[in-house]
Write a protein that binds this ligand. Sequence first.
Ligand SMILES: NC(=O)c1ccc[n+]([C@@H]2O[C@H](COP(=O)([O-])OP(=O)(O)OC[C@H]3O[C@@H](n4cnc5c(N)ncnc54)[C@H](O)[C@@H]3O)[C@@H](O)[C@H]2O)c1
Length: 353
Amino acid sequence: MGDKRVQRHVLVTGGAGYIGSHVARLLIESGYDVTVIDLLREKGGTGNRWALPKGANFVHGDCGDPARLEELFGKPSSSSGRAGSAPREEKFDAVLHFAAFILVDESVREPARYYENNVVSSLRLFEAATLAGVPHIVFSSTAATYGEATSELIAEDSLQRPVNPYGASKLMVERMLSDLTTATATNFVGLRYFNPAGAHRSLEIGQARPSASHLVNVAAETAAGLRTKVMIFGDDYDTDDGTCLRDYIHIEDLAAAHLHALKYLEGGGASDFFNVGYGRPYSVREVIDSMKKVSGVDFPVETAPRRSGDPARLAANPEKIQRVLGWKPEHNSLDTICRSHFQWEKKRREEKL
Ligand SMILES: NC(=O)c1ccc[n+]([C@@H]2O[C@H](COP(=O)([O-])OP(=O)(O)OC[C@H]3O[C@@H](n4cnc5c(N)ncnc54)[C@H](O)[C@@H]3O)[C@@H](O)[C@H]2O)c1
């Protein structure tokens, strides 16, 4: 036998979106063959063709569409249909599933769309992947599955009681993933992200979705002149300055967590869920102050009533991901995150991305 290395092939759903595009790029840089499936701007999709990494194969479509799934994974054999039957030809070594709708306020207004796209599509995707014998799945979950924090730093075994349909949809997928993979040889990691922000160091990719509502994004867009003001939704929470606390994590650290998760699974790691955060929450006002400082722009800020479905405080206990996956943050500073996001928004404005 020669020492020819077999290149591993992974499917990245939602790889034209913010987080998926960063992870897809890192996977290609790390020697993986990557196929991305994404809706781009069809059917409520938020992906950008320019965000696709060089060298990725691209399938334009819905990752919950049975016809697309058959193209990707092959036709289920007549005798199969249930886990435990002989796997078909294994085309993918892993599926990393990012594709979803992600806005909390939208999910409160349009819950059915969220359950359809986040839960039903994931079920179809995971069923196709497990029946095809895909060995590993990495799933994008969220701190929103916890709902209101029951402790200062939330550990993975904390109570999960989501307070909005977005978080509920993700919790349902966590449960489905556990059940579907228990009956098969597939192992999985579910990563519960806290608040991703910032952009790739090259400034070639970053967050660029319509009607973004995440705070760092909104503040950076405002500092870059893409919006007129930042709204604070609620300043009467039971926190030091009355505004909500969140655990912000730099997108490059988040992308690295996926690579650690995949290596862990490839090494035979047991299926599990991990928080991805730094464990140091910042208030809305602290983020605004940091953005003003790093951008040098004193933009207008207004206060409005609370939004429904916003917990007062969410911060990760990151001990488990550091211990088990060996993940170590490299960009753990609010100013670094805000600067990175601001530089990206300035570029986005100049290049009209
Ligand atoms: N951004 C955050 O703050 C955050 C926090 C926690 C968890 N997450 C999770 O991370 C994942 C990625 O989020 P993001 O911030 O990159 O969002 P995004 O909107 O930038 O990217 C989502 C991508 O998925 C695509 N997509 C959606 N539904 C699809 C479908 N059915 N088929 C194919 N493509 C589809 C969209 O077109 C888009 O490109 C999501 O699962 C989200 O729930 C995000």
